[in-house]
Design a protein. Sequence first.
Length: 153
Amino acid sequence: MSNTLEIWQKMSSKPGGKWAFTKALCFKAPYFGSISPKFQELRPEFCKISITKRRSVLNHLGTVHAIAMCNMAELAGGTMTEVTVPATHRWIPKGMTVEYLKKANTDLIATASPESTMDLSKASEFKVNVVVRDTKADIVFRAVINMWVSPKK
């Protein structure tokens, strides 16, 4: 079990624990703080986060900016990967393919889950699906993130 997952499991059930976990993660990786995410669920092979539609994440059309959704996808996909990859291995994003399907006019919820199985016998790609939905449950954005997973040296 990863240290991140242990911390989540200890904090998430306590009052303010999800907020504190999110703040700590954004302290460690400050760029993610730019979207003010909120972790909702986290376990191996699943992560759910949300963001609020607010001025700092908007584009010129008044909708959530495409790059804010990319940031959201990388946070959800990366954190899911972190708690899924065994401690004997490491990972890094290798690439991301995205689709902008609909204007993001509301708060958003991203869910991340594996698209492929992890081959731990050698360094290999692990594909992660991220789906971002609006408050009507319509999919507004979709991403596939290629994570490079390799044994620790």
